[in-house]
Structure formats: C-alpha cells, structure tokens
Write a protein that binds this ligand. Structure first.
Ligand SMILES: *Cc1c(COP(=O)(O)O)cnc(C)c1O
Length: 355
C-alpha cells in the first residue's frame, strides 16, 4: 500500500549537515525574504499584481516568447501546456525517463486524457531520427501525435544538456510532422550557464517553455510558463480552472525576480561543486560515477554490493542526505545551500559507507 502523505523528519536521526537530496531543498535567503516583504502586490486574478506582471514580462523577454504566465509549480506548467496543446486521446512523445512520464503521478492521463510514448536515447535525450521513427501513420486507428516534449536539462539523464543542434533538429522534425514542441525547462538556466547558449536560443524552436524557480534558483515557490499570446491566453483558462490563479502572489514573484538577479550566474559554483563531488566519488572503489554536465551527480553502487537506499541510510546517520533513483542508482544535487565543505563531507561519508 502506497502512502501518499510525505513522512515528516525522523527526530531520532542526527541533523542534516550537507543536503544533496535535491536542489529543491534550498531555503530562501535573508535577502530574498527581504525582497519578498518589500514586494508591491495586487490581486493577480484581477490583473492587478505589478510584481507578477514584472516577472512575466522579464521571463517572456528572457525566453524570447510573446507572453508568460506565473504558476505555483513546474508540474502545473507541464500539465497546463499539455492541456493547451493536446486533446483527449492524443499522444505526447517524450524520453521514456521524462518527468511528465515518470514523476507527475500519471497527470497527463489523469488530467489531459493523453498518453505518453517514451522514446529511447542516451542520457535522457533522443535525436530527430528516433523521433521520426516513432511517428505513426496518420489514420483513424492511431492516436493523434500532437506534442513532443523535451527536458532541458534532462533530470534522469544525469542533468545532461541538450546540444543546440540536436534541439533544433528535434524541433524541426516535430514541426514537419505538425506537432508542437514543449520544453520542460525546470533547470533551463543550468543548461544556459553550463553551455553559454542563451535561453532564448535554446527555446527558439519550442512552442512553449517554462523555468522553475524552486530548483537551483532557490525560491520557495513559482515557475513561469511562456509561449505565444494565444497559447498563454488558453493557459490562463486552465490556471483558473485548476485553482492556480492567485491573489497577492507578487510576494512570491518577488523571490523569483530576486533569483533572476542574484542566483543565475552562481549556478556555475554548483556545477563546479558537482564536478568536485564526482571526482571524489570516482576515487572510491565500487562507486561508478556518471560525469556531471551540470548540478546533478548520478552514481551506481552495484559494484560496492550495497543498494542506493542502504547507502543513503548509512550516510544519513552521518548527516549527509542524498536521493535514490533506482535500486543501485543514487543522485546527489548541488545547490546554493551546499558548499565545498559539504562536498568533502559527502565524499568521506560515502567512502566509509562502502568501505
Ligand atoms: C522538479 C521538476 C519538475 C516539476 O517541478 P515542480 O516545481 O516540482 O512541480 C518537472 N520537470 C523536471 C525535469 C523537474 O526536475
């Protein structure tokens, strides 16, 4: 029996000293909270919140789209995009490890009535040839294929960055087949900082795209979905229907604006910490590390003869928290609340745990 309610912290465990569980574990900084307290606000549903308007305008410009919509979470961005792009019975094509497929509680089926066809490919990515090979003959018997979904960076692909040429080729192939393209940009700015390719260029071939503010950018809530004015107009209808239309949400949008000003360039530090963590883990017998491209470090524990869950339990007793992504696959995320000392602590704890 699955329990849906998250468990609360176990008081018998020691305090967490280095939290690599996820980049969602960041806490708003004092300066971010001050920006939130100073925010000008109004009733968003009535079109009156100036801080949300400012954030939306800034995001539309950053991602090179006509319009933008502030939403509470990335999951809501994905699901609203699917609802706008697709009709019941349609098929969405995405990598088989995509968040929409694996980590949204079946929402594409439950909410939009679509199915997701999982495509193969290395590191959470697929190429244009794989996409073309998955196209169905357009006939009454087949589900209409209306949307291609891309994750930048690819979370379960090890935080991999889609190269711009590959992105363009996949977008072109999708459009040739009359499909729209949606980019799950939960960690889009990590890809931008790692590659030097501007966000608008990465999103150029996408009909919709969003950025999460609660991952490495360190805000307590919020994500912004961007697209054409017509797309965002339809997205607003779903935001209203789902209860995502806010009142004085500017308090939260202010945290996102603060993050755009102060927490984007520093993602490079997270990438450097991830690289240092990977180098340290690579020295440990029995641990096989996937070379990180951004802030996610995936590693395999099978040669050490210990499951990822057992390893996580052992190092949690030393105050180091990581997550598990498979029986022998563990993930450590770097973010603004872990530093070089935390990296050293994690390497030492994992070495002891498998020794
Ligand atoms: C976290 C995440 C989401 C969902 O974002 P929330 O803000 O947690 O709802 C979607 N896609 C990817 C790739 C993610 O990592």
């Amino acid at each position: 029996m699955i329990r849906n309610t998250p468990s609360r912290p176990d008081p018998s465990l020691p305090p967490i000293r280095a939290n690599f569980y996820s980049d969602t574990q960041t806490r708003p900084t004092a300066a971010m909270k001050a920006a939130m307290m100073a925010a000008e606000t109004g009733d968003e549903q009535h079109g009156d919140d100036p801080t949300i308007h400012a954030l939306n305008d800034r995001m539309a410009a950053l991602l090179g789209k006509e319009a933008a919509l502030f939403l509470p979470s990335g999951t809501m961005c994905n699901e609203i995009a699917i609802l706008v792009h697709c009709r019941r019975g349609d098929e969405v094509l995405a990598h088989h490890t995509a968040h929409i497929q694996a980590a949204e509680g079946g929402a594409p089926g439950a909410l939009a009535g679509v199915s997701v066809l999982g495509l193969p490919g290395e590191r959470g990515q697929f190429d244009a040839a794989t996409l073309r090979a998955a196209l169905r003959e357009r006939r009454r018997h087949a589900p209409p294929q209306t949307l291609v979904e891309i994750e930048q960076t690819a979370n379960l692909g090890g935080g991999s960055v889609w190269p711009i040429e590959k992105l363009r080729a996949v977008c072109d192939a999708a459009h040739e087949a009359d499909m729209a393209v949606h980019m799950d940009g939960a960690r889009l700015m990590n890809a931008v900082v790692a590659s030097g390719v501007p966000a608008a260029e990465m999103a150029a071939g996408c009909d919709s795209v969003w950025l999460d503010f609660t991952k490495g950018l360190g805000a307590p809530l919020g994500a912004v979905l961007c697209g054409s004015a017509a797309f965002i107009d339809q997205a607003w209808l779903w935001k209203q229907r789902m209860g995502g239309a806010l009142r004085q949400g500017g308090i939260c949008a202010a945290a996102c604006l603060y993050a755009l000003d102060h927490h984007v360039d520093r993602l490079a530090e997270d990438h450097a910490n991830a690289a240092a963590l990977a180098r340290g883990l690579a020295q440990i017998p029995g641990i096989a590390v996937e070379t990180p491209e951004t802030n996610l470090v995936f590693f395999d524990t099978s040669a050490a003869g210990v499951s990822a869950a057992e390893l996580a339990t052992r190092i949690r007793a030393e105050g180091v928290q990581i997550s598990t992504m498979g029986r022998y696959r563990a993930r450590a995320c770097t973010h603004l609340d872990v530093d070089a000392d935390g990296v050293a602590l994690a390497i030492a704890a994992i070495r002891r745990a498998v020794g």
